[in-house]
Design a protein around this ligand. Structure first.
Ligand SMILES: Nc1ncnc2c1ncn2[C@@H]1O[C@H](COP(=O)(O)OP(=O)(O)OP(=O)(O)O)[C@@H](O)[C@H]1O
Ligand SMILES: [Mg+2]
Length: 119
């Protein structure tokens, strides 16, 4: 059981349901599935063709040339970084069955342990 303040602080990764007079935390969703809802509804992705195109091109290059690629997505809070990742991963899953998607989440307190996310 959590109160409304705690419920408001949790992001879309957490499944929070409003019950009679309180909020109930039911668990954590898989990382890439935490799309935020707008007034309780999922919204279609608008724009981002350029960014998705860049990610697609890097992925194709990585596959064709057998090299590793890294992309850093940086933007102010709420601009759509998670949504971009989510759209891209959804497209990848649909497009190529052989792809294996691994997700790690960093923690500022463990900045000194570079391989910490692999645990
Ligand atoms: N291109 C888009 N089309 C439609 N909705 C979008 C788009 N980009 C973001 N949104 C919506 O805007 C909201 C905020 O986006 P998102 O959670 O991806 O931001 P963020 O940059 O990851 O934020 P934070 O820094 O807090 O993690 C979400 O509801 C998301 O679905
Ligand atoms: Mg985000």
């Amino acid at each position: 059981m959590i109160d409304d303040v705690a419920a408001g602080l949790l992001d879309a990764r957490f499944e929070v349901r409003e019950e009679e007079g309180f909020f109930a935390l039911h668990g954590e969703r898989a990382l890439a599935e935490g799309a935020r809802l707008l007034l309780g509804k999922a919204t279609p992705c608008v724009g981002r063709d350029r960014e998705l195109g860049m990610l697609r091109a890097l992925f194709t290059e990585s596959v064709e040339e057998g090299t590793a690629q890294a992309t850093l997505v940086v933007a102010p809070p709420g601009v759509g970084k998670s949504r971009l990742a989510q759209e891209f991963l959804q497209e990848l899953r649909a497009r190529c069955e052989a792809v294996s998607i691994w997700i790690a989440r960093a923690d500022g307190l463990r900045a000194g342990s570079p391989l910490g996310m692999l645990e």
